[in-house]
Design a protein around this ligand. Structure first.
Ligand code: IMP
Ligand code: MG
Length: 173
């Protein structure tokens, strides 16, 4: 299987430095709880956090969507909930990619119920114009097309998460 590079490791690094700087400015004087969505967001979480110059804490959630593996059904199952209470806290969800938006839409709703002081989203990749639900994403790394991408945390059938860049799956053979 060929992987066509789409976003280089260097471009990702530069962009995360940018976003980290913005987050540092926007949240100045506040404590931030970064919430990584497992498993895909682990790399973005680690690299973005290194560019945030604030007292941040880390927590993780693991979710899976029911239904076919390449299509999101919109029904999200929480496999691992947060360890921290988020009431009154500034929560920033860190996600690898937004496709239909259904996963984050669900997460936003279920976390909002817990009354955080603020709740925002940072996503490395946003598949442009194909969200099926309204979703406000405060920090976006790269808007991309609808193609299926792998690398930098993103998998296809569990593989390719370790690639240091983001690439598009090529034709087989
Ligand atoms: P959504 O609920 O449709 O926005 O899907 C979000 C989740 O689907 C992401 O967190 C990824 O785990 C997965 N996903 C969506 N598009 C891709 C892709 O192009 N490559 C790898 N995983 C993807
Ligand atoms: Mg994910």
């Amino acid at each position: 299987m060929d992987i066509e590079p789409l976003i280089t490791a260097e471009q990702i690094e530069d962009k995360l430095a940018d976003l980290g700087g913005q987050i540092t400015t926007d949240y100045r004087g506040k404590d931030v709880l970064l919430v990584g969505v497992l498993r895909g967001a682990f790399m973005v979480m680690a690299d973005l956090a290194r560019h945030i110059d604030l007292p941040v804490e880390f927590d993780f959630m693991a979710v899976s969507s029911y239904g076919a593996s390449t299509q999101t059904s919109g029904v999200v199952r929480i496999l691992k909930d947060l360890d921290e209470e988020i009431e009154g806290r500034h929560v920033l969800i860190v996600e690898d990619i937004i496709d239909s938006g259904l996963t984050l839409n669900y997460l936003m709703k279920s976390l909002n119920v817990r009354k955080p002081a603020s709740l925002e989203i940072a996503a490395l990749l946003l598949k442009e114009g194909i969200q099926r639900v309204p979703l406000e994403v405060k920090y976006v790394g790269f808007p991309i097309g609808p193609e299926f991408v792998v690398g930098y945390g993103l998998d296809y059938a569990g593989k390719y998460r370790n690639l240091p860049y983001v690439g598009v799956m090529g034709a087989e053979g």
